[in-house]
Design a protein around this ligand. Structure first.
Ligand code: OKP
Ligand code: ZN
Length: 343
């Protein structure tokens, strides 16, 4: 299958994220994409392809214009304010305060974000745009008739909402691709998010829509990031009521200890929706060795995941999200795609 990859991911290389109360080297680093690319080529999963340039049109069908403008200028504003280190937000709107758009860059960073783990660097905007192009190139492969394709997106995207960044995400690659499939004449599109963390951005983008189903298996937000999204009671709104399905699982969940059953429930809902195309937000931070996550999936479980997704018989674009155990990351992604190809 086509493996879409751009070297421009390297332009997102943050100095630090705030984690465990300390500034530490970001776990979301360029070595991740290098490890995945090498493992996929070694396993013979497919051939590398460069992304095409789609411009901002497909991005603006998912993200608000003022947010896109902010992202495109954030580094310039930050460096013009005299700072040399990468930009992190330091405060957010609290209850009882005014949720208005401030003017200074420090205010804007807080206004458009929801965490302090997502540094804006000189290359962030270019890297984020390249990742969106990678996802859109994958969507084009699916529209052109491929049964499967893999978009090696970095930075990831599923936490980014229409006008908000966080969780290492700036542009929502999976949502941009899903919307690309809709515009490209697929009437019904589904997103299956199997990253360990809830894809709050993707959920919110499609929350009130009936044409895009969002199904997610993730760690219970009562105990895990992003904390304020991903509960089972979130089922959609307005026309989209019933078109969001959250399957939160307890930290510590293993394949046989609940994950497989949740995946079967997710696939049953997807079958009921009968989508023309599927976007899988693929995070392998469900792995037992992941440094920031607490599920217990093992290497041998990932081919099963890919095979079960293939069983839907729906053209599928895999979009890379999380996964931080550098030594196992590439093999686990290759295992999912290998299982899909065999399935
Ligand atoms: C991005 B993706 C853990 C702190 C977590 C943010 C995690 C973002 C995950 N103690 N900080 O969904 O893999
Ligand atoms: Zn994750």
């Amino acid at each position: 299958m086509d493996l879409i990859y751009s070297d421009e991911h390297r332009l997102q290389d943050g100095a630090a994220e705030l984690i465990d109360g300390r500034l530490q080297p970001p776990v979301e680093c360029p070595m991740r994409a290098d490890a995945i690319r090498e493992a996929l080529l070694t396993a013979g999963i497919g051939t590398l392809r460069e992304p095409s340039e789609y411009g901002l049109g497909p991005v603006l069908r998912v993200h608000d214009a003022d947010y896109v403008e902010f992202l495109s200028r954030a580094w310039e504003l930050w460096s013009a304010s005299g700072r040399t280190w990468h930009a992190l937000p330091l405060n957010w709107v609290g209850r009882g305060m005014s949720p208005v758009r401030p003017e200074s860059i420090d205010g804007l960073l807080g206004y458009y974000s929801f965490d302090a783990g997502t540094p804006i660097t000189p290359g962030t905007w270019r890297a984020a745009r390249a990742a969106a192009n990678v996802a859109l190139t994958g969507a084009t492969a699916i529209l052109d008739g491929a049964e499967g394709a893999f978009a090696l997106c970095r930075p990831p995207g599923h936490h980014a909402a229409a006008d908000c960044y966080g969780g290492y995400c700036f542009l929502n690659n999976a949502a941009i691709a899903a919307q690309g499939l809709r515009v490209g004449a697929m009437d019904r599109v589904a997103v299956l998010d199997v990253d360990y963390h809830h894809g709050n951005g993707t959920q919110s983008i499609f929350y009130a829509r009936a044409d895009v189903l969002f199904v997610s298996i993730h760690a219970d937000p009562a105990h895990e990031f992003p904390y304020f999204s991903g509960y089972a009671r979130e089922t959609g709104a307005e026309a989209g009521e019933g078109c969001t399905l959250n399957l939160p699982l307890a930290p510590g969940t293993s394949w046989e200890g609940g994950y497989r059953a949740a995946l079967e429930a997710a696939l049953e809902r997807l079958r009921g929706f009968a989508p023309d195309g599927l976007v899988v937000s693929l995070g392998v931070d469900t792995f037992e060795g992941d440094p920031i996550s607490r599920f217990r999936l093992q290497a041998q479980d990932y081919p099963k995941l890919g095979r079960m997704i293939r069983g839907l018989g729906v053209p599928t674009l895999f979009v890379m999200e999380g996964g931080y155990a550098l030594e196992a990351l590439g093999a686990n992604v290759a295992a999912v795609l290998g299982g899909f190809l065999e399935g």
